[in-house]
Design a protein around this ligand. Structure first.
Ligand code: PLP
Length: 408
């Protein structure tokens, strides 16, 4: 076992060697610009981009002409939200999202408010963080242009009922965008079956490179039109100008193909590891509060209890340790990499907006830790992490007399 141990796969993932190998030639030998239509260097690059587009489309049951490559999910989210709203401004001006969304959607929506649109930020169910499909149905008005709700939450891993929400949006004639970043490649995702019109993904959460993502844009029933964010050479059917990042795109295609093929086995493996992590910690510490949806149980032989609905991403565990400061806890466990709150927003010291939205008290939100288990984590690493966390919590509680009652 090698130290440090990486348990922060919701923040980012290492590039899979199979992905790296697929990308490598496109940095050096096959470096052409896919827009260079007059020579073999361009054709070679274009063929690689076409193959990656096919792979990404196949991974979500879309068609390749519905995939727009971007610089990552922040751009995809912005393109979806601004692209729909600004194009349809005259027809209404209402957008629905949730208070637990990623800042890439939330801040885009706040900007829309400044531009004169109205936005409803739905509150999640307390505890689980789910968005009730009925609350979406009740909030849609004849001025609603777009509903934007994520497939799975990046902090607490809650999986939303995207198919039910998609069906409501379709019935009411409202466009539906999902930030699928955290769920894509980890749980089944099908834009046709789920009635999704726009979907954001990014390569670096599925063992691909940073700085490459895609936006799925439905071509038929309905044909979704967007106002671009970037203007220039008219790449990506005019929706995203700029020379394509060929190695990154090749990496996204390969990463998507591998992740989706491995979902059945990998999700089961990660659920078992997460159960081991959770049970290992709670067997030795009191005052451990699970944030988000319940974990499915497990049989003594290691099999997961059948029929328990798992509303949480397979590798995600988010818990709070009563009486302990999350930052101090992190500092006390240097060789296990996890995060308090979301890595994307951890520059701020405010408690996580997701945890406060689901009703976690401020002190417990500050005492939270997100574990993100991933492709190469082993049971041995999980056991090491349990030992490290338990010792670090015990040390901090010993220093703080108030918290000693919660320590065992
Ligand atoms: N949406 C979600 C749910 C995320 O977890 C992230 C992660 O950072 C993003 C969007 C932003 O993606 P990117 O880093 O590709 O811009």
């Amino acid at each position: 076992m090698q130290l440090p141990i990486y348990l922060d796969h919701n923040a980012t993932t290492p590039v899979d060697p199979r992905v790296f190998e697929a990308m490598a030639p496109y940095f050096t030998k096959a470096f052409g610009n896919p827009s260079s239509r007059g020579h073999v260097f361009g054709w070679e690059a274009e063929a690689a981009v076409d193959a990656a587009r096919e792979a990404v489309a196949r991974a979500m049951n879309a068609s390749s002409k519905e995939i727009v490559f971007t610089s990552g999910a922040t751009e995809s989210d912005n393109l979806a939200v601004f692209g729909v709203a600004r194009l349809h401004r005259e027809t209404g001006g209402h957008v629905i999202t949730a208070s637990t969304e990623h800042p890439a959607v939330l801040d885009a929506c706040r900007q829309l408010e400044r531009e004169g649109f109205s936005v409803t930020f739905l509150a999640p169910e307390k505890g689980t963080g789910e968005i009730a499909p009925e609350s979406v149905a009740e909030t849609i008005t004849d001025r609603t242009l777009l509903v934007s709700l994520m497939l799975a939450n990046n902090e607490i891993g809650t999986i939303h009922r995207i198919a039910a929400i998609g069906a409501i949006c379709r019935e009411r004639g409202v466009l539906f965008h999902t930030d699928a970043v955290q769920g894509f490649g980890k749980i089944p995702f099908d834009v046709a079956a789920m009635n999704v019109d726009l979907a954001s993904i990014t390569a670096h959460k599925i063992y691909g490179p940073k700085g490459t993502g895609a936006l799925y844009v439905r071509a038929r029933h309905p044909h979704v039109r967007l106002q671009p964010l970037l203007f220039g050479g008219g790449h990506e059917r005019g929706l995203r100008s700029g020379t394509l990042n060929v190695p990154g795109i090749v990496g996204l295609g390969k990463a998507a193909e591998i992740a989706v093929a491995e979902i059945p086995e990998e999700s089961r493996r990660l659920r078992l590891l997460r159960r081991r992590l959770h049970d290992g910690i709670t067997a030795r510490l009191d005052g451990v509060v699970l944030n988000g949806a319940a974990l499915p149980g497990s049989e003594p032989d290691g099999a997961l209890v059948a029929g328990v609905a798992d509303r949480r991403l397979p590798g995600n565990l988010n818990v709070s340790f009563a009486g302990v400061d999350g930052e101090a806890l992190l500092a006390g466990m240097k060789d296990v990499a996890v995060s308090t709150g979301s890595a994307c927003t951890s520059a701020s010291l405010a408690p996580s907006h997701v945890l406060t939205s689901i009703g976690v008290p401020k002190e417990l939100a500050h005492a939270s830790m997100r574990f993100g288990l991933g492709r190469w984590n082993t049971a041995e690493e999980v056991d090491y992490a349990v030992e490290t966390v338990v010792r670090a919590v015990q040390r901090l509680r010993e220093k703080s007399p108030l918290a000693q009652a919660s320590s065992r």
